[in-house]
Design a protein around this ligand. Structure first.
Ligand SMILES: Cc1ncc(COP(=O)(O)O)c(C=O)c1O
Length: 403
């Protein structure tokens, strides 16, 4: 007989699936970063003593490595500390306090707004909320934000200073921005001269299938449209090597990078160059990184497949219930009929399964339709993912009074 929600509860599961963290097996792929840390030494290729202060924009070979990953000249890349989120936060904090190139300090305005494609990354929205930036929900399609909506907002609201974009394998919808969307974002008129695309390329190398998807080069698209300073590109190795112990990158126009150097020099004397050196020596080059990502894929794709299989079996054909099967990234979005997401999360919690709070992927934590669940299958073991997928499906079926 098929398992019921009450049977699932009886299992006494204790699992926290609330965040998209790498699993211990993934972290083990980068053991050499710890085990061989000392053997790398401290002298860079150019003879820089990485034990000491300096090089605020990063170790030259780390910047060059970032440049090969992001397909931009090294002079337009900053190799930074362990967190790209921190770079995004600082970018917005600097914009508030001092203004970006081409504009005045945002704090001088009564109203500063950001476009937020939804569902999106909760921590992007948390930065805006912390800084008092008004957030405008933008509907998301499979090929990026709804550009008719974006352009209409841009035309009527001069307070809009930026938009959050996760162009490849979006968190959490899995969307892949089409070339047409990227070109429209690059070219659209903006009332604010300092309007920016906050281009968070967090999942640039995080494929789940054999097809390595890419998106259009946004810096080139912006330059071609006469908006050279519009895109600020962020990238991270947190889910390539060590979550929270890796290296982040910022790329932009020379003007933006020069401005960043001025601002960030007040904040720090330089990044952890020893860690940058270790990363460059360990990963070696883009091909080395891509080989490592293949091994991540071998660990991750069965977990995503397990969720898809369970959902297909238990939720297939239910009216108003849909989910995506992403080609990369860290998340699956599950949609319930309107009004059932919170209840599903509560039922899962009552059975010992902690999911991301319903609404988390929306500004202010408010999903207007209470429909969206963010599923994060990466951290638990494959066996736990299988059981959890069943638990999620049964919790939703119980919420709908079907189980
Ligand atoms: C879209 C996105 N950007 C940034 C981050 C965090 O990156 P970092 O570890 O470099 O701060 C995450 C982590 O989940 C993410 O999903």
């Amino acid at each position: 007989m098929a398992m019921t929600y009450d049977d699932f509860k009886q299992l006494g599961m204790r699992l926290d699936m609330s965040r998209g963290k790498p699993a211990p097996e993934q972290l083990d792929l980068s053991r050499a970063l710890l085990d061989e840390a000392g053997t790398v030494g401290y002298l860079s290729r150019d003879g820089i003593d990485c034990r000491n202060y300096g090089h605020v924009l990063g170790l030259p070979e780390a910047r060059e490595f970032g440049a090969t990953l992001l397909d931009v000249p090294a002079a337009q890349v900053v190799a930074a500390g362990n967190s790209s989120l921190e770079l995004m936060h600082d970018m917005l904090a600097f914009a508030m306090l001092f203004g970006l190139p081409g504009g005045e300090a945002w704090r001088k305005r009564d109203d500063v707004a950001f476009l937020c494609p939804v569902p999106g990354y909760d921590r992007h929205f948390a930065i805006c909320e912390a800084l008092g930036i008004r957030m405008i929900n933008v509907p998301m399609n499979h090929d990026g934000p709804d550009m008719d909506f974006v352009e209409a907002q841009m035309a009527r609201d001069p307070a809009i200073k930026g938009i959050w974009c996760v162009p490849l394998y979006s968190n959490p919808s899995g969307a892949i921005y089409s070339d047409a969307v990227v070109r429209r974002l690059a070219a659209m008129p903006a009332a604010a001269p300092d309007f920016r695309l906050f281009w968070d390329d967090a999942y640039r190398f995080h494929h789940l299938t054999g097809q390595k998807h890419t998106t259009l080069d946004v810096l080139a698209a912006c330059a071609a449209a006469g908006h050279e300073d519009r895109a600020l590109v962020f990238a991270s190795l947190s889910k390539v090597t060590l979550g929270g112990g890796a290296m982040a990158f910022l790329a932009g126009s020379r003007r933006n990078i020069d401005w960043w150097q001025q601002r960030v020099s007040v904040r720090t004397i330089g990044p952890d160059k020893l860690n940058q050196l270790r990363h460059v020596r360990f990963l070696r080059d883009r091909a080395g990184l891509e080989r490592l990502m293949e091994r991540h894929r071998e660990l991750l794709s069965p977990k995503f497949a397990a969720i898809a299989a369970q959902f297909g079996e238990q939720l297939g054909g239910l009216e108003g219930v849909t989910w995506n099967e992403p080609a990369g990234g860290y998340f699956i979005s599950l949609y319930t009929p309107p009004g059932f997401a919170k209840r599903t999360v509560a039922l899962a919690a009552a059975a010992g399964l902690v999911l991301t709070p319903a609404g988390a992927a929306y500004p202010y934590g408010r999903d207007p339709q209470d429909r969206h669940l963010r599923i994060a299958p990466t951290f638990p073991s494959l066996e736990d993912v299988r059981v959890a997928a069943q638990g999620i499906a049964l919790s939703l079926r119980r919420a709908l009074e079907l189980a």
